[in-house]
Design a protein around this ligand. Sequence first.
Ligand code: NAP
Length: 312
Amino acid sequence: MTKRRMAIIGLGKIAQDQHLPVIDKSDDFELVAVTSQRGLGHGGVPSFRTPAEMYAAIPDIDAVAICTPPEVRHAIAIEALDAGKDVMLEKPPAATLSEFEDLVSHAQRLGRVLFATWHSQYNPAVDEARALIAAAGLRSLRIEWREDVRKWHPGQDWVFEPGGFGVFDPGINALSIFVRILPGSAFVKSADLTYPANRQTPIAAKLAFSSNITGALLLSADFDWREQGDEKWHMMIETGDGRSARLFKGGAALSIDGQLVAEAPSEEYERIYIRFADLLAERKSDVDAGPLRLVADALMVGKRLATDPFEW
Ligand code: NAP
């Protein structure tokens, strides 16, 4: 089978940790070029400073994965679509909902495939949790997503700049699982957003949700970047029939009443690229705005709290 000719834009942490190694071993894709502002390269493929130079030099690139910070994603994605490329977007897919909607309609107009990835959804334990709730109903769900920003975003100042999402950068991963496993819609009712005095985005957020899900009484989320020691990426679920489930390890493991029922080594990005290959074969886009909408809503109804200045 001929492999799709793929390029990566932005060779930062996630490109290096996941996209490049996954493409290197993919049966569906081959890496043919990269764009790196800093001039980084990978595996001897040509490296360009800008996407425009890349598209001019290598016109037969089929698709690009945009792995930059979200603030610049819209312009880079529009340029890629206009150059005739199918596009995979790292999460969050854009800095705002209207930018994202514009990307969706632009891709549709041009007949290009657009894939807004939500990597945390690509875990078998998440599928199990969804099936459990569909069968047993939902009484409560409490998200705890707490990690040390210095460990997970060392020196990444953009996360604290406008459009950088702050603690919602990891929090949106939890929300992507949340929207996937809920049997209905949740609405942000309140949000306590804690901002360091010298930063533009929250370092912590506590959310309470209402929903249209029969029987679901308590839905909440606690995101915090000030956690010391091991990260806590889990959600506690009480089912409609009284069982206690825990989805943990970022969605990679599920236990029910203390018994481990699903755990697999993380293959989120392997599954993302398989999904992209399927979307390309079907010429279909996958563009769920749900997690981004919840973050936007939290920022709209949120109450601002102040805390100490943050320095790396
Ligand atoms: P990062 O390490 O800061 O990398 C982003 C890269 O994008 C930079 O290294 C730079 O690469 C390029 N870039 C930066 N500013 C740019 C600009 N103004 N225009 C064009 N390119 C620019 O960030 P990251 O952690 O990889 O995160 C990138 C995205 O992936 C974020 O949306 C994040 O939420 C998502 N993500 C991150 C992780 C993670 O574990 N870090 C996990 C999943 C998803 P070059 O110099 O090579 O161009």
